[in-house]
Design a protein around this ligand. Structure first.
Ligand code: BGC
Length: 386
């Protein structure tokens, strides 16, 4: 009798184990089919090249769409506190608008993100001259920076993340920069609602490099609404004051007692209209913060919270600087993707990077990449709600 009971007990345990395993498998398969990348035609460039859009999806419902023109993030759907997924980045529906009138919406920026004074720098005794495309300075890599080139794409999907690997070979002296630069940028969307951006590069001649991502966020998802009610944290004790052409003066200024103190959550609009020479130069915030704990590698550097929707964006990076730009050059003349307009300060950028004009400031961390070295940096954008 007792052996029959023992036998039945064993069968019962076996069935239980098999049920658990098959449930896990169903769950895994379900996640796998939810984590995917969808490819579609996006448009043709003015010189006739086909451009595709790749939509990375995770198992929670987050979507990030990227095109192979400029590596641009065209749309990013994140949930609000009630679980509604909405697009929270500025951009366009048509490729022609990205080609003709984009203030770098969502783009990969290179070879040098941000400004280089008068488009000149000296490396190993040689003076290099770059395009002057922003007043008297060089901005975001020149006339045809990485935001305007066609990237090669590879897709990689597994059960917990979807990756897009973008590659581009920038030829020696392209836009005036020395060295054949082999660049790889990987966007990875995971089931933690994180987008990881990894930048890798190698060169065959000494050069300068500063890659970043130029997404304009509006976490309210109302893309024509101003961003002044967002609350920001920037983990930095100092920032880089600029001159009237937005080039850092070389000084590091303590944020204490200034409108630039974002060490504790602060509403963007709280101090933006203060009478302050630095805010006048930037027409608002358009400065690089000197991030704390630079020797720690990847660490928390900044966050943005929208009290209206409850969306929280946290940024982790290994970079020394962060350009916080409050869309001060948006002026309502560009049409939005929802038939509205992109008004003054309707989007903000949090661009992890090295400091502007570093090639001309010997006291700033080096941006030189030599042959045999590997440029390898990482920034993570993590979403949640409160
Ligand atoms: C710069 C702004 C510039 C904008 C271009 C930002 O990274 O800091 O000054 O106007 O890019 O869209």
């Amino acid at each position: 009798m007792s052996s029959i009971f023992g036998y039945m007990k064993n069968i019962y345990v076996l069935v239980l184990i098999l049920t658990v395993i098959s449930c896990e498998n169903i769950k895994k398969k379900k996640n796998m089919s939810l984590v995917n990348i969808e490819k579609e035609f996006f448009g043709k460039t003015s010189d006739g090249t086909d451009v595709s859009q790749y939509t990375l999806k995770n198992s929670n419902g987050m979507h990030v769409s990227v095109i192979n023109y400029g590596g641009i993030i065209t749309s990013w759907k994140a949930k609000d506190r009630d679980g509604n997924y909405k697009d929270i980045v500025l951009g366009f529906n048509d490729l022609s608008e990205y080609e003709s009138s984009s203030p770098y919406f969502g783009a990969l920026i290179g070879r040098y993100g941000n400004r280089i004074k008068e488009g000149k720098f000296n490396l190993d005794g040689v003076e290099y001259t770059l395009a002057v495309n922003n007043g008297e300075n060089h901005l975001h890599g020149g006339l045809k920076g990485f935001d305007k080139v066609i990237w090669d794409i590879e897709e990689d999907v597994n059960e917990s993340s979807a990756s897009l690997v973008l590659s581009y070979l920038s030829n020696d002296m392209e836009e005036g920069y020395p060295g054949n630069l082999d660049v790889k940028v990987t966007y990875t969307l995971s089931n933690n609602d994180e987008l990881k951006v990894r930048y890798e590069a190698e060169t065959d001649r000494s050069t300068v490099i500063n890659l970043t991502q130029h997404t304009y966020f509006n976490l309210s998802a109302d893309l024509s609404r101003h961003i002044l009610d967002h609350q920001i944290t920037i983990y930095a004790d100092s920032f880089l004051p600029i001159d009237s052409t937005l080039i850092p003066t070389g000084e590091l200024k303590d944020v204490e007692g200034t409108p630039f103190d974002f060490r504790e959550l602060k509403r963007v609009g709280d101090d933006i209209n203060e009478s302050d020479r630095q805010l006048t130069f930037g027409n608002g915030y358009d400065h690089c913060w000197v991030l704390n704990n630079q020797d720690e590698g990847i660490r928390f550097v900044a966050s943005a919270y929208d009290p209206l929707s409850g969306r929280l964006l946290e940024i982790f990076s290994d970079q020394p600087g962060l350009q916080f730009y409050t869309g001060n050059f948006l002026d309502g003349t560009i049409k939005s993707k929802n038939d509205g307009i992109y008004d003054f300060r309707s989007g903000f950028c949090l661009e992890t990077q090295h400091y502007p004009n570093s090639p001309n400031e010997k006291s700033f961390p080096s941006v030189i990449l030599n042959p045999g070295e590997k440029y390898d940096t990482e920034t993570i954008f993590r979403f949640s709600t409160r």
